[in-house]
Design a binder for this molecule. Sequence first.
Ligand SMILES: [Zn+2]
Length: 279
Amino acid sequence: MFDGVESWGVGFRGSSTGRPLRGRFGEGSLPTVAAMSTSTSPRTGTLLGVWAHPDDEAFLSAALMAGARRAGERVVVATATRGEQGTSDPVSWPPERLAALREREQSRSLAALGVTDHRWLGHRDGDLPRVRRAVAVDQVAGLIDEVRPDTIVTFGPDGMTGHADHRTVSSWVTEAWRETGRASRLWYATLTPSFHQTWGPLNEEIGLWFEGAHPPVTPEESLAAQVVCDEVLAELKDRSLRAHASQIDGLVAMVGEERFRSWWAVEAFVAAGRNGSPA
Ligand SMILES: [Zn+2]
């Protein structure tokens, strides 16, 4: 999700912890989706997530997906690009090589949450505003017709970080949702005032927001859903995020493991149309 931030990702030359992914649960005692409590999970019904790059879904909806799977719901994730530009070292990581790695990371990340149904929309990383809109909207509408989700999650019009690919995906999904008769709930990933209060300095420090970005903020009372990770959900989300090692390792080294874990431990969603955007 930190696409375009040059300081980490594969090619990041800072120190890496180099430690195996092993939290307090340790290998051999991994929490599973089946073991978690559902008390904190909103009801989604069949859930469809549509995102721009591999790892967007993990940052913004891993816990929501884990909860849905635990409740026995079908979860489908579609990713518009393979994230092949997500490196500050394109000589060592030319697009095809990086894309192959990120495909593997994507399936491992989703598998950690019990999600196996994933689709690539097949567009070029960094190029989504130039994709023919009608073609992309048709693609997403086709997916909605096929999956018949009860809930769709994606970026809001703000694109979360302001990335043009994110904003474009939001507009495709919103248009496709309208075209297919708004038969499902459409939720946009958002942030709460307390996220900005707690993490504002860190977000600034690492350059989370793109130039000219308007990061979303939704008062808690206006949210459609919020997932506050308990210990098990936090562990599942951590595994799902850290499966995207090419994007995450440098970031974790910079931020620190504990801080990294708490940073995205609350997932918030606002219904389309409730955030000032047309719906
Ligand atoms: Zn992204």
